[in-house]
Design a protein around this ligand. Structure first.
Ligand SMILES: Cc1cc2nc3c(=O)[nH]c(=O)nc-3n(C[C@H](O)[C@H](O)[C@H](O)COP(=O)(O)OP(=O)(O)OC[C@H]3O[C@@H](n4cnc5c(N)ncnc54)[C@H](O)[C@@H]3O)c2cc1C
Length: 550
């Protein structure tokens, strides 16, 4: 017996070993199937190496350090001059370096800023899904950087100037003008004190100047303040307009961004979220005056997909932690993983993650194909808000249930479950919160018209004779086209996401699709996980697939 296993008063036993040194790809059958069925089978070896790298004990420890040592705002220097910089722990910079090296901020763009060919979205999503299992906070600037390119496409000259720095695989945290740096990150500021959803209420003003615009006002939430430039919305003479505001003015002087304080947040602690004032800050216009919402929505659609991937990844890690623990912990002379009620609970949770994983990857496939396939473009447009609604809302309760599987150990900070639990709600709140996502589904259905009806028909077709699929489609169509569609939209949007999950499973893991449809569409389970009526063979299949020895 080692010294660590023994105290003077007692021996330590029946504690599960840490869940680390794991290949996050090879151990996850749902992820492997989703990658292959969505066109990224050629990436399997690279993804397995990535999964091994991100599942090490060192990564787990770095995530703890990056979140316990939160970023600090340095507003002034010792002599009272403004600095407006944020300092991060080295562990945060380590994650940024690795995610940059993996191209998470730019791998879906070609060197000229056009969309990279399929399966770049699916391959990136698989990596993001594994990163999210370890550390989410640093992915905020990574997500925004990749998404901003979508909006900058309306200004080809500006994009051409920046794209080389954006697609660089070198993370450069120095505080210097963007043109002097080896690689840059981009953020965004839309939310003001008086409104985040209703950005048309923005009061920040933009006045044309000699070489661009001078922006004066504030943002109430502006995350990742050390980004090198930000997409911001402001009221120009022609109405609400999108701008790109660099940290340094073209003459090399520090731009007029004054950070007031950092938010003291529930989770997402490794990431900084600022309150900022703009004092005649220099910015370039992006898109025409008055078309700010339309321009920035190109970015928002992409950030919403990343919220989905992040939440699905956190659910996967919570499930793996619960299963790993249950396979080691003995209660009443029997492993938890062999106790009937715990098996049903874990299998039901595994089924939820199967659905979330397949759905998330199928959605990314639509983004991969959207440029050349109008049906896939409509699918991305209609389903993105529905999938964000369902997966991001499911994650917090799901992680709580996983936490309970570890008993008291799950509730303490040393396990990543406490951190995941505090992290999870933000994905539902930012980038369009729950009700707003449902309104967006309604908007997409009315704007896309025939194409949207074709999306629903496609989902039903993919489901084949899965139980409850046709009834679900009927329910969705009836509710969303009814006079009180807005009031009842949540029920229909949730059902739409589950129908899409069943369809995605039918394509990638037919053996699991039937159980999903039976317990989520035909006879919806009770309010808690473990209340589904899963057959014995379903339970065996799901638990075998959920955590493969690797
Ligand atoms: C950690 C964190 C970081 C953030 N970082 C950024 C950032 O970098 N940049 C940025 O611009 N913003 C950022 N935000 C802000 C975030 O995007 C907003 O908080 C969010 O969009 C909601 O806006 P709001 O807070 O003004 O809430 P409100 O718009 O007031 O909404 C409140 C509630 O009302 C609901 N609601 C709104 N309209 C309707 C309606 N018509 N019908 C029914 N319900 C409705 C919403 O769903 C929400 O639940 C961040 C937020 C957080 C928590």
């Amino acid at each position: 017996m080692t010294v660590q296993q023994r105290f003077e008063t007692h021996d330590i036993f029946n504690q599960s070993p840490p869940y680390e040194g794991v290949n996050l790809f090879a151990s996850d059958a749902a992820l492997r199937d989703a990658v292959t069925s969505n066109g990224a089978g050629g990436e399997v070896d690279a993804l397995s190496a990535f999964g091994r790298q991100w599942g090490t004990a060192e990564m787990v420890e770095s995530a703890r350090l990056a979140n316990e040592n939160t970023p600090k705002l340095k507003t002034f220097d010792t002599k009272g001059f403004r600095r407006d910089v944020v300092e991060f722990h080295p562990a945060y910079h380590g994650f940024m370096t690795e995610s940059f090296r993996a191209g998470m901020h730019a791998s879906t763009w070609n060197a000229n800023g056009t969309r990279a060919p399929a399966p770049s979205e699916v391959a990136r999503a698989a990596r993001y899904f594994m990163i999210a299992q370890v550390e989410n906070g640093h992915m905020c600037p990574i997500t925004m950087t990749r998404a901003c390119v979508g909006a900058l496409a309306v200004e080809p000259a500006l994009l051409a100037k920046l794209i080389g720095k954006i697609t660089s695989r070198t993370y450069d945290p120095t505080f210097r003008p963007w043109w002097e740096k080896d690689g840059i990150t981009l953020g965004m500021g839309m939310t003001e004190k008086q409104g985040g959803t209703d950005v048309r209420a923005n009061s920040t003003s933009a006045m044309p100047s000699a070489d661009g615009y001078a922006i004066t006002g504030h943002k109430w939430f502006m995350s990742a303040p050390m980004c090198d430039a930000f997409l911001v919305l402001a009221q120009a003479p022609g109405g609400l307009t999108c701008f790109l505001m660099p940290r340094f003015r073209p003459d090399g002087a520090v731009n007029g961004l004054r950070f007031q304080r950092l938010k003291d947040k529930l989770g997402n602690c490794s990431n900084a979220s600022s309150e900022v004032e703009f004092v005649e800050a220099f910015a370039w216009r992006v898109g025409e005056e008055g078309r700010g919402v339309r321009t920035i929505i190109e970015m928002v659609q992409l950030t919403r997909v990343d919220c989905v991937i992040s939440s699905a990844g956190m659910m996967r890690m919570a499930l793996a932690q619960a299963l790993h623990h249950a396979r080691h912990r003995v209660v009443f002379q029997r492993k938890l993983a062999d106790q009937p009620m715990m098996r049903m609970l874990l299998a039901d949770m595994a089924l939820e993650v199967e659905g979330a994983t397949a759905l998330m990857m199928r959605l990314c496939r639509s983004f991969d194909l959207a440029a050349s396939d109008a049906g896939e473009a409509a699918r991305a447009r209609v389903l993105t808000p529905a999938v964000k609604y369902w997966i991001c809302k499911t994650a917090p309760g799901f992680i709580y249930e996983a936490m309970e599987c570890l008993g008291g150990n799950g509730y303490v900070e040393e396990t990543p479950l406490a951190r995941l639990y505090r992290e999870a709600p933000v994905n539902a709140i930012w980038e369009g919160s729950g009700n707003v996502m449902c309104l967006d589904v309604l908007r997409a259905l009315s704007r896309e018209g025939e194409a949207a009806r074709a999306v629903l028909a496609d989902l039903v077709r993919a489901c084949g004779d899965l139980p409850g699929a046709r009834e679900a489609a009927g329910f969705i169509a009836t509710i969303l086209s009814g006079a009180d569609g807005e009031a009842r939209a949540r029920a229909a949007v949730e059902r739409l996401a589950m129908l899409a999950a069943a369809a995605a499973l039918a394509e990638s893991v037919p053996g699991v699709a039937e159980a999903f449809a039976r317990t989520r569409l035909a006879t919806p389970r009770g309010g808690t996980f473990g209340s589904s009526a899963l057959a014995d063979n379903d339970v065996v299949t799901l638990l075998d697939r959920a955590l493969v020895a690797a």
